[in-house]
Design a protein around this ligand. Structure first.
Ligand SMILES: NC(=O)c1ccc[n+]([C@@H]2O[C@H](COP(=O)([O-])OP(=O)(O)OC[C@H]3O[C@@H](n4cnc5c(N)ncnc54)[C@H](O)[C@@H]3O)[C@@H](O)[C@H]2O)c1
Length: 521
């Protein structure tokens, strides 16, 4: 059998390999360019594909024409901003957000919101008490809701089966029980949290176990990014709503679509079956993280060859098939979602025996971990193989700019590793210091915290920039240099500083994916 590039011979025609050499589930294909020796490529084991059933629709749900009482369970980074935006855009709908965390609910109703997010304060100020309400009375809120969005946390499981990879669905299941027990009529339940594909089946089973009412379970994953949440919610690239493919599923889906259609153009609202919707969210995060790991996978080669990773990223990003976004090399990605969602995808693949797919996605996380640890190794190496007793100012602790969120921040990994090397750390961040204090408390006197960057660098041997806060490049670096001990080092983990300017000021400079600039001969 021939094709344009390779000649492919079916094994059964090959003189040395006979069909008797083959297991029933394995085929071999010989691929060779005209003048080269044949190579053997193994076609993987063919697995049996289970029949996919839709969610059993035992009963049908009567969907109200318009969903006027909207409830969201979970007042976190997703539930709070998303519902505030719905309240803003749909003034004739009542939006209630509930949470078991009374402190968080109180914070939403105060001047000090639970976290920093640009533009959030203004949206909450406009809607709070008008048609946006926060409460801890979950049963009462369920009783009067037409639709319940569930945006509770789904962290990586830390115990038992799937520990370290699977999603911990205990908060989800508790919510499902609570909805069933408190519902006073049929309800639409919308998965807003990021969940393993096929969670809706479990949800439906819990909801319809012995309760008096019927439930339609939809998936409407949230694609906002922290730091740009308000802009993302106001002008989303797309809104995704998945439902069971039955007449009542479609009716419920339309009612939810109508909420978003109040401000999102219809052609940006995608509807799918519920499984595609659940998987699309995991897949989107895996793809985004993969782009970062891909560009980070080039950084060491750049450092050793004189190529500049920013220039390479700009060059490849101009290709319209690749695109310019998410190609910024750095110390690694953080945030509550990327790692947990990829590991969840890995687990879902493993559970189904898809070993190669699992290993492929896992490598995205491994590359990220490598990037964090190698950053510290480079620091130690550059500073004459010891940082013990040296003062290092860490500029930036949040996992990225414009958020106070520190979940999975690379800065914690870097700080932990440097503290293990007995460096004396001073952590500086405009919004994340409360979290940093809690997360680094175990290092005792090795770590201190400082709001003012100029005080943080006083007497420091090195500065490490770990969050791309826009104020850091704007600092007076000559003043910083003057305050530091010499030799003074800068390690730019976000490639946000002008390294040539710093070098001219007298710093020894290392940036990710760029040749080091050193004054040593
Ligand atoms: N943070 C993001 O950028 C982002 C973006 C898209 C999707 N997501 C997904 O959205 C979900 C929520 O993420 P988050 O960052 O908002 O989490 P979060 O931890 O900030 O908020 C979750 C909230 O749910 C509350 N909660 C837990 N169990 C509850 C219960 N039984 N009843 C009432 N409240 C309960 C918690 O107290 C917490 O306040 C996750 O699945 C996440 O993967 C997050």
């Amino acid at each position: 059998m021939l094709n344009a590039e390779f000649r492919t011979i079916l094994v059964f025609n090959h003189p040395t390999i006979q069909p008797s050499n083959l297991s029933t589930v394995q085929l071999f294909t010989f691929i060779f360019a005209p003048s080269t020796t044949p190579t053997i490529r193994t076609i993987p084991t063919i697995r049996t594909i289970p029949t996919i059933k839709t969610i059993p629709t035992m009963k049908t749900v009567k969907t109200p024409k318009k969903l006027t009482n909207i409830l969201c369970i979970g007042a976190g980074y997703v539930g709070g901003p998303t519902m505030a935006m719905i309240a803003k855009k749909c003034p004739d709908r009542k939006v209630t957000v509930v949470d078991i965390n009374a402190e968080r609910i109180a914070a939403w109703q105060s001047d000090a919101l639970p976290f920093y997010e640009p533009g959030l304060k203004e949206v909450v100020a406009e809607t709070l008490g008008r048609n946006l309400f926060f409460s801890t009375d979950i049963p009462a809120a369920i009783a009067e809701a037409d639709v319940v969005f569930v945006a509770v946390n789904t962290p990586t499981k830390t115990f038992g089966q799937g520990a370290g990879r699977a999603a911990d669905l205990q908060y989800w299941e508790k919510t499902a029980h609570e909805i069933r027990e408190c519902a006073t009529h049929d309800l639409i339940v919308v998965e807003k949290s990021t969940l393993p594909v096929r969670t809706a089946t479990a949800m439906k089973r819990v909801l319809e176990s012995g309760g008096a009412h019927r439930f339609e379970v939809l998936s409407n994953p949230e694609f906002l990014a922290e730091g740009t949440a308000i802009a993302d919610l106001e002008k989303p690239d797309r809104v995704l709503v998945g439902s069971d493919e039955t007449p009542t599923g479609a009716a419920a889906r339309e009612a939810v679509v109508d909420i978003y259609a109040e401000w999102v153009p219809r052609d940006r609202i995608l509807t799918t079956n519920v499984w595609s919707s659940e998987l699309s969210k995991l897949a989107a995060n895996a793809f985004l993280a993969q782009r970062i790991s891909s560009v980070n996978a080039l950084t060491e080669l750049c450092e050793r060859t004189g190529a500049d990773v920013d220039e390479v990223a700009r060059a490849i990003g101009r290709d319209s098939r690749i695109g310019p976004k998410f190609l910024r090399a750095g110390v690694g990605f953080g945030g509550s979602c990327f790692k947990k969602d990829i590991l969840n995808l890995v687990y879902l693949c493993e559970q189904r025996g898809l070993t190669e797919a699992a290993a492929y996605w896992n490598s995205v996380v491994e590359m990220n971990e490598h990037q964090e640890t190698r950053f510290v190794a480079e620091m130690v190496h550059a500073m004459f193989n010891t940082v013990a007793g040296k003062r290092i100012a860490i500029l930036g602790y949040a996992f990225k700019a414009d958020t106070s969120d520190t979940r999975e921040t690379p800065a914690k990994v870097v700080a932990d590793l440097l503290a293990e090397e007995r460096a004396q750390l001073v952590v500086c961040d405009p919004y994340a210091l409360p979290n940093a204090r809690k997360e680094l408390a175990r290092h005792g006197d090795l770590v201190s915290f400082e709001e003012d960057p100029y005080t943080a660098v006083e007497g420091a041997d090195a500065v490490a920039v770990l969050t791309d806060w826009r104020q850091f490049p704007e600092l007076d670096w000559a003043r910083i240099f003057a305050r530091m001990r010499k030799p003074a080092f800068v390690f730019d983990g976000r490639n946000c500083l002008d390294r040539r300017e710093l070098f001219e000021l007298g710093f020894h400079v290392r940036a990710i994916g760029k040749a080091p600039l050193s004054h040593f001969a």
